[in-house]
Design a binder for this molecule. Structure first.
Ligand code: SF4
Length: 296
């Protein structure tokens, strides 16, 4: 007997309608996609839902069953990572101090040698950068070069520098090999000119870079100018000396008197020298240096 095409079509439409209504009654808001909601699995996990009776099969089952049709609507399976672009674009953690930004002492010194950032470039013979060991554990920081330093191109070579060298030797150290010596400001101010805040602000980036490169364990800040520039604040050296402070929150600083002050003739200097030695003894203890017998 010939199959009636209209009857077949009606049967297919009835089956498809039944399928879609079942999906709706199951709570589905659309056509299922891919492996997430295969029709067979959904049917097996919905025991309380009673599908409406299916329309009777067509008289001759030569036509494919309509329930196979939704499979062709499937989309590609969802990727495992639901936010691939977000993950890919997440910025990498930034190191606290980018190594590429750190310059060597030689490069910093060459930069300072041609510096004209402030007006002191007009009165200098040459910038005075540093002396000593660029890998020292102990760094002495003063204020600015004087006439002898300007002529020699080395810090602390005048009378104050000679006293500083005696202080360093008293610690059992070599002033040229065991310590690093530098100033806040690299160019000599004119006679009688006290360095200004503007000049200090222009020059101190060199010092910050120097200290980053040397990375000493202890810094000895010599006098008011050095203490103020390294630590900020307005407290004087008499108040601050002898107490450990921190530079940039990580490097120990011992404030003490400037050798130029200790050299002045006056009744207070003898006591100040004793205080300065007391401060240096604390530094020696911190660095595990051997104290002289009478001080141990
Ligand atoms: S004092 Fe410092 S900032 Fe000023 S010119 Fe000299 S090196 Fe440059």
């Amino acid at each position: 007997m010939e199959a009636d095409p209209r009857a077949e079509l009606a049967a297919i439409a009835a089956s498809l309608r039944a399928y879609l209504e079942w999906q709706r009654d199951s709570g589905a808001s659309g056509i299922p996609r891919g492996k997430r909601a295969p029709a067979v699995a959904a049917q097996a996990t919905a025991p309380n839902v009673a599908p409406e009776p299916r329309a009777p099969d067509p008289p001759e089952p030569r036509t494919p069953r309509p329930l196979a049709a939704p499979v062709s609507l499937s989309l590609p399976p969802a990727p495992l990572d639901p936010f691939p672009e977000v993950v890919a674009s997440r910025p990498a953690a930034r190191p606290l101090t980018p190594p590429a930004a750190r310059r060597s002492l030689e490069v910093i010194a060459a930069d300072a040698a041609s510096c004209t950032r402030c007006g002191l470039c007009a009165s200098r013979t040459r910038p005075v950068f540093s002396r000593g060991d660029g890998k020292a554990r102990l760094c002495f920081v003063g204020d600015a070069p004087g006439a002898e330093e300007d002529a020699a191109g080395r810090p602390f070579v005048g009378p104050a520098g000679q006293l500083l060298d005696r202080m360093i030797r008293a610690m059992g150290l070599d002033p040229e090999r065991d310590v690093y010596v530098c100033n806040i400001v690299k160019c000599r101010p004119p006679e009688g000119h006290k360095t200004t805040a503007v000049e200090t602000a222009a020059c101190i980036p060199f010092l910050h870079e120097q200290l980053e490169a040397v990375a000493p364990k202890v810094i000895v800040a010599l006098g008011n100018t050095a203490v103020g520039a390294l630590l900020g604040g307005s407290a004087g050296i008499t108040k601050l000396r002898g107490e450990w402070k921190l530079y940039k929150g990580r490097t120990l600083v011992m404030p003490t008197y400037h050798p130029a002050y200790l050299q002045r003739p006056g009744p207070q200097q003898q006591g100040a020298k004793r205080d300065a030695w007391e401060d240096l003894r604390k530094v020696m203890k911190e660095l595990n240096l051997e104290l002289p017998q009478k001080d141990a």
